[in-house]
Design a protein around this ligand. Structure first.
Ligand SMILES: *Cc1c(COP(=O)(O)O)cnc(C)c1O
Length: 447
């Protein structure tokens, strides 16, 4: 039985039965129990995934999603494959309590080197959501160490920070799909949607005044302010004005609240700067990174903080950041992350490799997505760094968009009103053209 099973799992010959085997068995993200309709993946390399549908038809598709924004170097990158294989031959996991290892130390050194100046201390977490929990706990512990019992956060409408309980509490309370859990969520303080990049002075002024009013009312109970800097991802693929972020930076400082930058989606070049915070010329007190951290090989995230915060924690009665997951600093994941960062920040071409890639992706997306702006039903077409979005007026039909894109050899997974791409950084110019064509075709087929 065991043998049959493993042979089945290895072989791609029998992938059609995967659909049958998972039907009614497995849940997928924010989905009903599987109805057996998902594409099965039989392999992947570079920017492409090999898919098999339930009828056994095979197709190879460009992964325009980079597997939820993480696989920036594409699949089976030789450097990351090698780094993980080398670590596997050494040891794949050890507890991080009382022990340390080269992949973790090397990763922390690299993260401090590439993130905004002033973020000098690192905590490794298992996933993006967990890193947000750690950031919130760090902020609360920091307040407590200063003799304050503050435990609430100011967050933005339209925000997405993850699916765990603390993270859910700072997501948009209406649009984030978390409303069912209000009974267990800390009620946080929400500022209105931040004004867009082209907002007028009057709009900015009005928004800042609304934030100030919330700060006046709740400042004494705020442990921190948490934001996705300059670009809200899963909450709507929406860029916003640098002055809004700068205002939150100023207000956090004045209130004695920490500013947490959730760069899980925006980090590592995706929006056109290494970290979005840098484009606003601000340094957060705490920063979360994840998603692309391991080049999409494994789950891993990190929380960075300033020397000032680390000092307050070190001087407190615990002296410790009170968190410590079983798989903290998993060596395989850290090895993948080190290799990924070395690729991203390689400057042998004069500028960091991510910058060259994003400039190219941005140009391609702008050129090839522009015609979609005139399609009926399209509300907006925008490109931010290596992100391309066709925003529709109505919610999109996920199944229809996916099917149309697949016919064009592209894997898309839209949400809400957005048909979007965050292609792997290694996608070639004609890959970008194909992705844009598929997105326009999918948008054209929508009501
Ligand atoms: C994806 C995401 C998270 C959650 O990360 P997971 O690894 O899915 O837990 C948190 N914040 C932002 C901005 C994200 O895009």
């Amino acid at each position: 039985m065991r043998e049959t099973q493993s042979r089945r799992d290895e072989g791609t010959a029998d992938t059609t039965s995967l659909h049958e085997r998972e039907r009614g068995l497995l849940w997928h993200p924010y989905g009903a129990l599987s109805d057996g309709s998902h594409f099965a993946v039989s392999g992947a390399s570079g920017p492409r995934v090999d898919l098999v549908d339930r009828e056994g038809r095979r197709l190879t598709a460009l992964d325009a999603m980079s597997s939820w924004w993480s696989v920036v170097h594409g699949y089976r990158h030789p450097d990351i494959d090698e780094a993980v294989a080398r670590q596997l031959e050494s040891f794949s996991h050890v507890m991080f309590g009382g022990l340390t290892h080269a992949p973790a130390v090397g990763l922390a050194e690299r993260l401090v080197a590439v993130t905004p100046a002033g973020l000098d201390h690192v905590f490794l977490a298992d996933s993006g959501s967990v890193s947000v929990e750690v950031a919130l706990k760090l902020a609360v512990q920091h307040q407590r160490a200063l003799g304050r019992t503050r435990g609430r956060f100011l967050a933005l409408r339209g925000a997405y920070h993850g699916d765990t309980t603390g993270a859910m509490s700072v997501c948009d309370p209406v649009t984030s799909m978390h409303a069912d859990f209000n009974a267990v969520l800390t009620p946080q303080v929400f500022a209105p949607l931040p004004p867009g990049p082209h907002a007028s002075d009057a709009e900015l002024h009005e928004w800042c005044a609304a934030v100030d009013a919330l700060c006046d009312r709740h400042g004494h109970e705020l442990a921190g302010i948490i934001v996705e800097p300059l670009f809200q991802g899963a909450g709507g693929m929406r860029p916003y004005h640098v002055r809004a972020l700068q205002h939150l930076r100023t207000r956090a400082g004045e209130l004695g609240a920490v500013l947490i930058a959730d760069e899980i989606a925006t980090g590592f070049g995706r929006t056109g700067s290494a970290f979005a915070s840098e484009r606003a010329g601000i340094t957060p007190d705490i920063m979360c990174v994840g998603k692309a951290l391991t080049g999409g090989y494994m789950t891993l995230a990190a929380v960075l903080c300033t020397a000032e915060i680390a000092q307050v924690i070190s001087d407190s009665s615990h002296r410790a950041l009170m968190h410590g997951p079983t798989f903290m600093a998993n060596p395989l994941a850290c090895a993948a992350a080190c290799a990924s960062l070395d690729l991203l920040f390689d400057t042998s071409d004069g500028q960091p490799a991510w910058a060259r890639s994003i400039t190219r992706l941005s140009r391609g997306l702008r050129t090839h997505l522009a015609p979609a702006a005139t399609l009926p039903g399209v509300a907006d077409v925008r490109v931010v760094g290596g992100i391309g979005v066709i925003e529709m007026r109505e919610r999109v039909d996920i199944g229809a968009v996916t099917a149309t894109a697949a016919q064009h050899g592209v894997w898309l997974r839209p949400f809400g009103t957005n048909i979007y791409t965050m292609p792997p950084y290694i996608a070639a110019d004609d890959d970008i053209e194909r992705i844009a064509t598929a997105m326009a075709a999918a948008a054209g087929g929508q009501p």
